[in-house]
Design a protein around this ligand. Structure first.
Ligand SMILES: O=C(CO)[C@H](O)[C@H](O)COP(=O)(O)O
Length: 205
């Protein structure tokens, strides 16, 4: 089986446990969605492959920053949204994992991450502001955060996002925008950990 390996602190636990099962004989190959995940997969002994060798993945498992009732997602809190979206789009089945704090009534409680190329990011930022957000350049210490793709991330505070698909389209039509953290029609299942049990959500077909 081939598995797309997401990124983030929830996925850390997936990787650790997958590694344990691999050491007991589970046969899987993973495609990591970030350099951090690649390093962790190596550490936990999960064999890796790449899109050079395979065309699609059987399954992707990833985290999210927000999930709404329709299973639309905001992702990119860790800055890996572009690779995560490529991995998810190449997967036959997508499972999102998190704790129940990720479930929201409407997307947009937290800023939407948008990956932009560095050249002219100020112009791109002003254009996104005109779409209706307050944007700030993500920093790491006192320097701009640089994604695994060598780009900047703008954290864009929109009022509640009622039409994620059309907002995504509008944003990706702007020059300089590489990808948004809006994931629409991506998740097949969402598994949210609660104090003593789990909540399971499934996309209606
Ligand atoms: O999209 C992501 C990284 O780009 C993560 O999946 C998302 O930020 C959730 O992370 P965590 O499990 O640490 O809360």
């Amino acid at each position: 089986m081939t598995i797309g390996l997401g990124s983030g602190s929830t996925v850390y636990w997936l990787l650790e446990n997958l590694g344990k099962r691999v050491s007991k004989g589970l046969k899987v190959k993973g495609v990591p969605s970030s350099v951090k995940t690649e390093k962790l997969a190596d550490k936990f002994g999960i064999p890796l492959t790449s899109f050079h060798d395979i065309q699609e993945l059987d399954l992707a498992i990833d985290g999210a920053d927000e999930v709404d009732d329709y299973l639309n997602l905001i992702k990119g809190g860790g800055g890996s949204l572009v690779r995560e979206k490529i991995v998810i789009e190449a997967s036959k089945h997508v499972i999102i994992i998190g704790d129940e704090s990720k479930l929201v009534k409407g997307l947009g409680n937290r800023p939407l991450p948008i990956e932009v190329i560095r050249f002219g990011w100020e112009v791109t930022c002003r254009k996104i502001t005109r779409v209706g957000a307050e944007c700030s350049l993500r920093l790491e210490g006192s320097h701009p955060f640089i994604s695994d793709n060598g780009n900047y991330i703008l954290d864009c505070d929109f009022p509640t996002i009622t039409h994620p698909a059309s907002l995504h389209e509008q944003l990706t039509s702007l020059a300089g925008v590489v990808e948004t953290g809006l994931f629409v029609n991506s998740a097949d299942q969402v598994i949210l950990g609660k104090e003593n049990n789990i909540r399971f959500l499934e996309r209606s077909k």
